[in-house]
Design a protein around this ligand. Structure first.
Ligand SMILES: NC(=O)c1ccc[n+]([C@@H]2O[C@H](COP(=O)([O-])OP(=O)(O)OC[C@H]3O[C@@H](n4cnc5c(N)ncnc54)[C@H](OP(=O)(O)O)[C@@H]3O)[C@@H](O)[C@H]2O)c1
Length: 295
């Protein structure tokens, strides 16, 4: 049985459904039984727990052969903080898993995780990575680059679909190997199957580095119309985007993150999702459901 923490979230939900689809027994860590009917209907068993509550994690980890966690505080709030969830909560989960004889642990970290990072979130991820290396479990750490589902959707896709102009910071020429969540889910499952993935940290990006201008062009192609775009200097306001995403957009204008994924995708048999393919699926799903196709 595989325990998935974060199963009510976007990537965790994708991983849970993919595991169930290939016949795995999945236990999903949830905080509220009533809010997770989709997981039960898909065939997962549920266990109630919280990364901030170590006794609940002991119960969740009992009899689990493997743990996969995507849980994080970023889109939450209140008592779920970087300190309580991404740092201490992850350590709680790792310790509970190790204490209950879990053999395999797949941790979704993030590109740039480092103990000396200026970002508390990336420091917390690195602290969890360090604890995992000391845990004695067979560990695979995935360090994905930014997801297509986050900024390209929030900064370009949603305003464009709503007929609003797009505002970007800087010149929009920086190159980042953004990646689809489907690819990350694919690597998480492949890591379970590949013995040689144990003890490894896999840096994950999409098939090709893309700039903001590429993202806009992909949406223009898909929508069949020009998208009005304005570029504002660093530090300026970006209408409609929360400050956290504006900060991220601004930071991304100061460096590039091109990654060559050819070897890793061959090794794990992952067919990487191209930007245009993601945009096509996102727009189709948005039109069908009238909402973002993040899940
Ligand atoms: N977004 C990016 O571009 C990016 C890039 C690199 C890596 N990542 C990493 O990718 C992973 C997946 O992100 P996502 O977008 O799928 O996340 P998400 O949709 O925001 O889901 C967050 C999940 O974490 C759970 N969670 C939060 N606090 C918890 C707690 N105290 N106890 C138990 N569960 C808790 C949530 O449960 P509830 O529903 O109960 O709140 C939910 O299932 C994360 O680890 C993230 O750091 C993201």
């Amino acid at each position: 049985m595989i325990l998935v923490a974060g199963a009510t979230g976007r990537l965790g939900g994708l991983i849970t459904r993919s595991l169930l689809a290939r016949g795995e027994e999945v236990r999903a860590l949830v905080r509220n039984l009533a809010e997770s009917p989709g997981l039960t209907a898909a065939g997962a068993s549920l266990t109630v727990g919280d990364l901030k509550d170590p006794p609940s994690l002991a119960e969740a980890c009992a009899d689990a052969e493997a743990v996969i966690t995507t849980a994080n505080s970023m889109a939450r709030g209140g008592s779920d903080t970087v300190e309580s969830v991404d740092r201490t909560g992850n350590l709680n989960l790792i310790d509970a898993a190790a204490a209950h004889g879990v053999k395999r642990f797949i941790f979704i970290s993030a590109l740039g995780a480092a103990l000396e990072s200026p970002s508390p979130f990336l420091r917390a991820k690195a602290t969890a990575e360090q604890r995992l290396h000391e845990s004695g479990m067979r560990v695979t750490i995935l360090q994905p680059n930014l997801y297509f589902e986050l900024l390209p959707v929030a900064a370009v896709g949603l305003p464009a679909l709503a007929g609003r102009p797009v505002t970007l910071v800087g010149e929009g020429r920086r190159l980042h190997s953004s990646v689809s969540m489907a690819d990350v889910a694919g690597y998480a499952l492949a890591a379970l199957d590949h013995d040689d993935a144990a003890g490894q940290t896999l840096v994950i990006g999409g098939p090709k580095p893309v700039s903001w201008r590429d993202v806009i062009a992909a949406f223009e192609d898909e929508l069949g119309r020009e998208i009005p775009v304005s570029f504002v200097p660093m530090g300026a306001v970006v209408p409609g985007l929360p400050p956290m995403l504006v900060d991220l957009l601004t930071a991304l204008e100061t460096y590039d993150t091109p990654l060559d994924m050819s070897q890793l995708s061959d090794r794990f048999g992952i067919q990487p999702t191209a930007l245009q393919t993601f945009v096509h699926g996102f727009v189709a799903s948005y039109r069908q459901e009238g909402q973002p196709a993040a899940r």
